[in-house]
Design a protein around this ligand. Structure first.
Ligand SMILES: [Mn+2]
Length: 309
């Protein structure tokens, strides 16, 4: 079936203060300099205007205040873009930016229904300020989206619980603390740990998660922390963890999303260009973005052939 691809809006989420290693603040600009937008265009996508939101610690009282102010601004930038019907590509930034990205998308979808989310990550990112020993905000975004933790993160747009537990699945986790696991288990969130991914294959796990999180949803998205991937395929990240998801498997799963009218956004985070000598990880991230949002060759050539002369 021939369908008109929706434009892709690129949102740069320039924040690193949520992580211990803050170089991912420059991730989005490095990816754009490395040709990400051009690669999407070359794959047949219409790429819309670019938006950039930057954290500003000079305007904040401390690290959590920096992260909270940034996410408020990011959510306010994302919500109107999501309302246009475009597909959003959010480029992190550390993973604390997910609070703003998905709060903005949940707010836009709210009159129509719920938001589903697949979270690909080596970590569970489900700490609250009380449970976290490092107190690093990039370990807290999932708890915040579920309505737990600092009110500055949970209450964007004046309501909390942006994602319901039944509309969330985490895939690839292999490094976490028991408090995070307990919170997620108490809420009934589906977690597909890395042992299971290694046994069944990522595509199979992703398809199962997609069916579960999208049931009854108005829209859904994917938040991909590149530390979920195997460090052999994507080494330039602040908190790499061995034995992760193969890049080729992640690309294949993302390709399966093509043409889904309910896919509202893809977020790729924790790329740290300061560690990316030679650009291997930038190429991996660009390949993932094209896999998820690019137009497959057959659909692109069909659209071209159907175009009036
Ligand atoms: Mn993460």
């Amino acid at each position: 079936m021939l369908h008109t691809p929706r434009p892709v809006e690129i949102v740069s989420a320039a924040i690193g203060e949520g992580a211990r290693d803050g170089g991912c603040k420059y991730g989005a600009s490095a990816l754009l300099a490395a040709g990400l937008a051009q690669a999407l265009s070359d794959s047949g996508c219409e790429v819309g205007a670019r938006t950039m939101v930057t954290s500003d610690p000079l305007q904040a009282t401390d690290r959590m205040d920096t992260v909270a102010r940034f996410n408020q601004a990011l959510a306010e930038a994302v919500a109107p873009l999501a309302l246009t019907g475009a597909q959003l590509l959010v480029l992190g930034g550390d993973h604390s930016c997910a609070v703003g990205s998905w709060s903005g998308m949940a707010q836009a979808l709210r009159p129509h229904g719920r938001l589903g989310l697949i979270w690909v990550d080596a970590h569970l990112d489900a700490h609250t300020p009380e449970s976290s020993e490092s107190n690093a905000p990039h370990g807290m975004p999932l708890a915040a989206l579920l309505g737990h933790g600092s009110a500055a993160l949970t209450q964007l747009f004046g309501w909390s619980g942006k994602i319901r537990p039944e509309n969330l699945a985490i895939i690839g986790a292999r490094s976490y603390e028991s408090a995070e696991r307990q919170l997620l288990e108490s809420l009934g969130v589906q977690v597909i740990y890395m042992e299971e991914v290694a046994r069944r294959g990522f595509e199979d796990c992703f398809a199962q998660a997609r069916a579960a999180v999208t049931a009854g949803c108005a829209g859904w998205g994917v938040s991909l922390d590149i530390d979920g991937l195997d460090p052999g395929d994507a080494p330039a990240t602040g908190t790499p963890v061995a034995h992760g998801i193969a890049l080729a498997e992640a690309m294949a799963a993302l390709r399966s999303c093509h043409g889904d009218p309910r896919l509202v956004g893809l977020e790729i985070v924790e790329y740290n260009p300061l560690h990316d000598f030679g650009g291997q990880t930038a190429r991996a991230v660009i390949a993932l973005a094209v896999a998820g949002l690019g137009v497959p060759a057959t659909a692109a050539s069909a659209a071209l052939a159907a175009r009036p002369a």
